[in-house]
Design a protein around this ligand. Structure first.
Ligand SMILES: Cc1cc2nc3c(=O)[nH]c(=O)nc-3n(C[C@H](O)[C@H](O)[C@H](O)COP(=O)(O)OP(=O)(O)OC[C@H]3O[C@@H](n4cnc5c(N)ncnc54)[C@H](O)[C@@H]3O)c2cc1C
Length: 303
């Protein structure tokens, strides 16, 4: 971490809440499900699909995980009723994975069952490395039971390329991203170019095996590598999708949509926007850079 990043991260607790709110507005749809559906509707008008994430990650009690589950069940009903192109992303720890794996499994089973009944796809987000194996196992079991389940692999993890074998064998829809958590060099690549190459290798291997890939990045190098693979394999747009975070690089979003690719925006919503925003800042100082730039008025690249 550079001195500048360290400075930004250590000053996060002193950033006034009202300022964090201003910053968060760009990256979070709002506090309520209605806010989230309104954002999904406006993205759909642009031609983009969405995936809804209910904010609320740091849980310590079973009741909190049940509240999160109930909000997901409500969101699934609203998504199905809306008829909009939207699915959902869930963080296994928000459903109890850090408290008790059986609790997480029960909550996720309820969510996947309801989603299957309503024709909604559920993706298990990938969190930090203590949860990698548990999340992959949960995703494989839930996919075997309900069908409508996908997972995420992080290109910075040294294990991901071999993890992909199990997922390919199950015909799993996999989101490929770089990975956002701080991991040790023992298990994760640190060099940007190596991570970009591993990202390309994962996309290539998954698509070449005939599986559906969600290519989640704002990095033009990763996008270009994926486009080269798509071109080489002569894949139709129905074989993959790009994914981007709400509020990040809307110009790249429009470029990809304008070229006929499918693209889905990750739309977080919920009352826990403050914890989400400050946690994101602490976890990834490079985000604090983007945010500091935006706050100072330079803004992320876009429009
Ligand atoms: C849809 C989606 C789902 C994700 N799911 C997961 C997950 O389940 N697990 C996980 O560990 N990680 C997840 N991530 C995060 C991902 O792992 C990366 O940390 C993040 O996308 C940044 O990597 P990048 O490929 O965009 O490249 P970078 O090189 O980091 O970014 C490229 C450019 O995009 C812009 N940018 C990137 N991120 C931001 C930001 N937050 N705010 C403002 N500008 C930004 C900057 O201009 C930057 O120069 C997800 C990302 C996306 C897009």
């Amino acid at each position: 971490m550079s001195l500048f990043d360290r400075l930004v991260v250590s000053s996060i607790p002193f950033i006034p809440r009202v300022l964090v709110h201003r910053i968060a507005r760009r990256y979070v749809a709002g506090e309520t499900l209605d806010d989230a559906i309104a954002t999904v509707r406006s993205l759909a008008a642009e031609g983009a699909m969405s995936t809804l994430d209910v904010l609320g990650e740091s849980v310590t009690r079973a009741e909190q995980t049940e509240a999160a589950r109930d909000e997901y069940l409500r969101a699934i009903d609203a998504m199905a009723k809306s008829g909009l192109p939207v699915n959902t992303s869930v963080k296994p720890t928000a459903l109890g994975l850090s408290i008790d794996p059986d609790l997480a499994r029960r909550n996720l089973t309820d969510i996947c069952r309801k989603a299957a009944e309503r024709g909604i796809f559920v993706r298990l987000d990938m969190e930090d490395s203590p949860y990698t194996e548990k999340t992959l196992r949960l995703a494989l079991d839930l996919k075997a039971e309900f069908g409508n389940v996908g997972v995420v692999l992080q290109a910075y993890l040294r294990r991901s390329l071999s993890d992909l074998d199990r997922l390919v064998a199950a015909g799993m829809n996999v989101r490929i991203c770089k990975g956002i958590y701080r991991e040790s060099r023992e298990i994760a690549w640190k060099d940007h170019d190596v991570i970009v190459r591993n990202f390309a290798a994962l996309v290539d291997k998954h698509l070449a095996a005939g599986c559906y890939a969600a290519i989640a990045t704002h990095d033009e190098a990763c996008v270009q590598n994926a486009l080269a693979t798509i071109d080489r394999l002569k894949l139709p747009p129905s074989a993959y999708e790009f994914q981007m975070l709400l509020g990040v690089d809307p110009l790249l979003r429009r470029i990809l949509l304008g070229s006929g690719h499918r693209l889905r925006v990750y739309v977080p919503y919920g009352r826990d926007w403050y914890a989400y925003s400050t946690r994101r800042l602490k976890e990834n100082p490079s985000i604090s850079r983007h945010i500091l730039n935006a706050t100072l008025g330079f803004g992320p690249k876009s429009s």
